[in-house]
Design a protein around this ligand. Structure first.
Ligand code: IFM
Length: 768
């Protein structure tokens, strides 16, 4: 078994953490979490761990937060407000060891060594522990855990340890820890348990098998309870104990579904392979993912590590085989935001999946297609046509944003985003369009994408109301800058809405020209008339954008320029968000921007910022932005890189990378996956200048001088393309198929399959 614990020596492929600190444990558990898009597991230690309380101010604050999640398993708990939430399932990694009857606890022993390592390449969590008991007995061991990328139903845990004494009575209990609140047991059998969520009736079954060997001899366990194994033996100093546990999980989506047989079958698959086979298949599947998605930066180890960390979590979050779920704001690594899906997915994550894992992108967009009825219902409830997606979405697509939450001072705060943060509909449409452009997946477009584009465009046309000034206004909204609520004509919202309508009009043309039968059935289904299409054109022409033709600057929303200017450099040393420093009311009265808003628009729609407009808008909004969200820095890095400001772009990139890579306490509720998507975008779309939205794939690099090269692969229109960029050259390989046109720094080059093309950047820019 020892070989399974071998740790890579390559520093850019592994994260280490030594010790156990009550203050940072929860953030560490998020950062080192394991997931495969179906199962998620925080990196809580299996042995001798919390929960441990840190404070007692009317509540217990847990240091360790051992949690396992199953994507799409939501409950509607009996809380006020009744916000649907991802429910944790039984924690299958729990191990309890008793020596002469005394449990091995964190609180009374001496931890001589306690390293946890996350091997990013193999996607395994490795822990080492050397612990001296008050009695002087010392145990040394290591644990390995994974959730399989090859068979997403499976998890694996290996444990190997020894004691330094003979004759100790040892008892090892392998448990499935408590299941989530509100999970009712349906049946509990020796090797299988099934539970359902009280509110939704969604169910889960978990099956397990475990073995233990002492000095190579198989020991038989007692089975006192379902999914519990207990072994007892007398220790021999130095004897190796080897434990393995395979678990299998299945979800039942219908109220009376029984996922038990699916879990039992998955367990049988795992047992047939054995732990070595499960491990080998998992490593092979990750090897394939890394070949498709790795980005190699020579000359900047910090960025390299940040990218690997980002690609690791982005890959862990997705499941191309499940179209009923999407990625929540904290993926499957923590409870914050209840597992809800935000615009984060379409705007911050989809560019990655579309470029390197289109099957995963398609599954996430299909989730939006499946939740289109709920988006239609939301628009109708608010008195509008078309589809308004939920700002926070769970299993059904209904709006799940809590209407009120308790603020830090105990007062209740109304949350308006669920009613006012409308840009989500254009964000979904944006991701659909980009996916279609980059993949050429006409089947998806015809079956699902076009309908999303039309229904979201219809929403914008009905929401943009003609007023006495002859313009169409979108009032009472919240833009990405959530510090400013209930504003009129947010530039991001309006320009994205207008763009959404324009793409829908293009989609109509494409349907009529290429799929006329589908055009007829779809327009009939949607009761879409020529008059309505004419109204969309009118809306697109008349929507207020806030663009000042004199300066070329978009006003973020109507009246923004009249708000109080605030010199943020005066608050540069603050450790908390600006709204905490100056108060919510003053923040709202000021020009301070929470996160990329007009800057996000620049990142998404660069063509809306021709010539000097890009620079002018960036220089206007960058100093006004307080980065009160982890979504902000990556967007700024991307835009600064495109503008050629490598210094500023690098500063923002390091800032974005630090959010979860450093132990920021805000990661306790889960990693901020959108920020990690932002890291990938800043490097690949920003510094490398990849563009997969046009009729040809484009690369327009602007590397920082200290980087020697950047290499990555993408899939464009179904074909792999490998790219390596240095300060002076771009090298492109198209492994097979027809010759491919590639736009390099503006000039079109033909790349023959299998024949690398190397272009000097000086020449490329000289001959566009
Ligand atoms: O979607 C974001 C939002 O833009 C800022 N607050 C956090 C949300 C979830 O990440």
């Amino acid at each position: 078994m020892q070989e399974a614990f071998a740790l890579t020596r390559e520093p850019n492929w592994v994260l280490h953490h030594e010790g156990y600190s009550l203050l940072s444990e929860s953030a560490l558990e998020s950062r080192f979490a394991l997931a495969n898009g179906f199962l998620g597991m925080r990196a809580a230690r299996a042995i001798s761990r919390g929960p441990t309380w840190l404070s007692w101010l009317g509540y217990i604050k847990w240091a360790s937060w051992p949690r396992c999640y199953v994507a799409g398993l939501f409950d509607r708990p009996n809380t006020v407000p009744p916000v649907p939430a991802l429910v944790p399932v039984a924690d299958w990694s729990r191990v309890r060891i008793l020596l002469n009857g005394d449990p091995l606890l964190l609180s009374d022993g001496e931890m001589i060594a306690g390293m946890r390592s996350l091997d990013l390449r193999r996607a395994v969590l490795l822990s080492e522990l050397t612990d001296r008991r008050p009695s002087g007995i010392t145990g040394t061991g290591c644990e390995m855990r994974l959730v399989s990328m090859a068979d997403r139903a499976l998890g694996l845990q290996l444990l190997r340890f020894s004691l330094d004494r003979d004759g100790i009575d040892v008892r090892l209990e392998a448990n499935f820890g408590m299941s989530g609140l509100g999970m009712e047991p349906l049946r509990l059998e020796p090797d299988l348990g099934a539970w359902h969520a009280e509110g939704t009736g969604e169910s889960v079954a978990m099956a397990g098998a475990a073995t233990l060997r002492a000095g190579g001899e198989l020991l038989l366990p007692e089975r006192p309870f379902s999914l519990r194994w207990v072994w007892s033996w007398r220790s021999v100093a130095g004897q190796q104990i080897e434990f393995d546990r395979i678990v299998a999980v299945a979800r039942g989506d219908e109220r009376d579904a029984d996922p038990g047989p699916a879990a039992a079958m998955a367990l049988a698959r795992g047992r047939a392979l054995g732990w070595r086979g499960v491990l080998a298949a998992h490593e092979a599947a990750w090897g394939q993912r890394w070949r498709a998605a790795d980005v190699v930066v020579e000359g900047d180890d910090a960025v390299q590590r940040a990218l690997r960390f980002a690609v690791y979590h982005l890959t862990s979050a997705a499941n191309p085989d499940d179209e009923t779920v999407s990625v929540g704001a904290r993926a499957l690594t923590g409870d914050a935001y209840f597992g809800h899906v935000f615009w984060d997915t379409e705007i911050y994550l989809l560019p990655f999946y579309t470029a390197v894992w289109p099957e995963a992108a398609r599954a996430m967009l299909t989730y939006r297609f499946r939740t289109l009825p709920a988006a239609r219902a939301k628009a109708a409830r608010m008195g509008f046509k078309g589809a308004l997606y939920a700002w926070e979405s769970a299993d059904t697509g209904e709006e799940t944003t809590p209407e009120r939450v308790m603020g830090p001072d105990g007062a209740m705060i109304d949350i308006l985003t669920g009613q006012m943060e409308l840009h989500i509909s254009a964000d979904v449409a944006y991701a659909v369009w980009q996916y279609w452009r980059a993949t050429g997946d006409d089947e998806f477009f015809v079956a699902a994408g076009a309908e999303i584009l039309l229904e979201t465009a219809r929403f914008w046309a009905s929401r943009a109301v003609m007023e006495a000034d002859g313009k169409r206004h979108i009032r009472h909204v919240i833009g990405p800058d959530e510090y400013h609520e209930d504003v009129d004509d947010n530039a991001f919202t309006n320009v994205m809405g207008r763009w959404n309508i324009a793409r829908a009009l293009e989609a109509i043309e494409a349907l009529r020209a290429r799929w006329p039968d589908r055009a007829v059935t779809l327009f009939e289904k949607l009761s879409l008339s020529d008059d309505e299409i004419t109204d969309w054109r009118d809306a697109a022409e008349r929507i207020v954008t806030g663009l000042d033709p004199a300066t070329g600057i978009y006003e973020q929303f109507a009246g923004y320029d009249q708000r109080e200017p605030l010199d943020l450099s005066q608050y540069a040393d603050r450790k908390v968000p600006i709204d905490v420093v100056i108060g919510r009311e003053r923040t709202q009265r000021s020009q301070v921007v929470k996160q990329a808003d007009v800057v996000a628009l620049m990142a998404l729609l660069p063509d809306e910022f021709p010539g000097a407009m890009a620079e002018a808008n960036f220089r206007h909004y960058e100093p006004r932005t307080a980065h009160g969200s982890s979504l902000s820095a990556g967007m700024h890095a991307l835009v600064a890189a495109r503008l050629g400001d490598a210094d500023m772009a690098l500063r923002f990139l390091h800032h974005a990378a630090a959010a979860d890579l450093e132990l920021d306490p805000n990661s306790a509720g889960g990693i901020r996956i959108a920020g990690l998507g932002g890291v990938w975008q800043a490097v690949v779309l920003g510094f490398a200048g990849l563009d997969i939205s046009g009729e040809t794939i484009g690369i327009a690099p602007r590397l920082p001088p200290e980087w020697r090269s950047v290499s990555f692969s993408v899939r464009w229109r179904g074909r792999p393309v490998q790219v390596r960029i240095t300060a002076a050259t771009v090298r492109v390989i198209v492994p097979d198929g027809q010759p491919m046109d590639v736009r390099i720094a503006g000039g079109i080059r033909k790349v023959d399959a299998g024949a690398p093309l190397e272009v000097s950047l000086k020449q490329a820019t000289a001959s566009p």
